[in-house]
Design a protein around this ligand. Sequence first.
Ligand SMILES: C[S@@+](CC[C@H](N)C(=O)[O-])C[C@H]1O[C@@H](n2cnc3c(N)ncnc32)[C@H](O)[C@@H]1O
Length: 329
Amino acid sequence: MIAPELPAAIKVALEHKAHGLSRNDAATRAATMSRTYRDGGNSSAIRSEADALAYALARMPATYAAVAASLNALNEVRPDFAPQSLLDAGAGPGTATWAATQAYASLRTLTLLDANAALRTLALEFATANDRTAHMHYEAADVRSKLVDMPSADLVLASYMIGELDAPARAALADTLWRKTQDTLLVVEPGTPAGYERIIALRTQLIACGAQVIAPCPHDNACPLIEPDWCHFTQRLARSRAHKHLKGAELPFEDEKFSYVALSRIPVPQRPARVLAQPEMSKVAIRAKLCTARGLEIATAARRDKAAYARFRRLDWGDAIFDAPEARE
Ligand SMILES: C[S@@+](CC[C@H](N)C(=O)[O-])C[C@H]1O[C@@H](n2cnc3c(N)ncnc32)[C@H](O)[C@@H]1O
């Protein structure tokens, strides 16, 4: 399991870069980017070094936390996975690569690809902060034309990236991402209905190409959730004082909502059930919404059933359950 917080080396590098930067200027830039994203825009608003730094300060902690949580889920299902090579498509400041190097000591070859020069420059600066990332290869190019020429890898990542493309380009990208995947592909998106829709479309497309879903779903069937429900998870992360200022926030933490899918060429022996929301506790019982191999189920542990109740009390949204309870509604 890796922690949801950015590694110390990145935190220090970010703080170092932010030193002397006008906090108000960075906050204004970060707010403009958030507005652009909310209005359906993309990261093309990040043009300068200052924009890239504002983006990293505002968003890197949360996207890192989401990727870390997704990698932890993947790791639980494939504890023997020891990738040697990584390909990060739309790598931006290298967030997902950093999380993967924390999760997998086995990684030797890191290839990143992104079209944004300012984010690439920032990632290359961060890379020098650590021996393991110092020799990464970062290609400055468009994934739509260049991903196909990149070396394939054991672990392929696309973090908060596929939503930047239109639907036809996204479908073509999904195909190329899978062709570049020797073992496992992890795609992470914002935990919004639109992010979930993109994950589901990619999941459906790649299952048809022979991919097996290894997380979060315990099956390759159609998603059993019915609109307006959507599959997403949440990861809490602490906010530094600078981060609070940048976001104009009061709370010392934030909850990043994300959707993800891990698809593999290697079948796993067991796909655990997944807790799809924070279990609800009442005076008499705890109810947990689960995605199981049989479909969507509500499992209940009555207070009088001490062992089951104690077990359900420990359940969290996103947890894997290898021996899913039989109790159903
Ligand atoms: C929201 S950022 C996410 C960056 C990074 N993966 C992360 O998790 O922090 C989206 C990234 O996708 C990149 N991107 C979008 N469209 C692209 C394209 N057609 N070719 C290459 N990179 C692209 C952007 O430049 C940006 O770095």
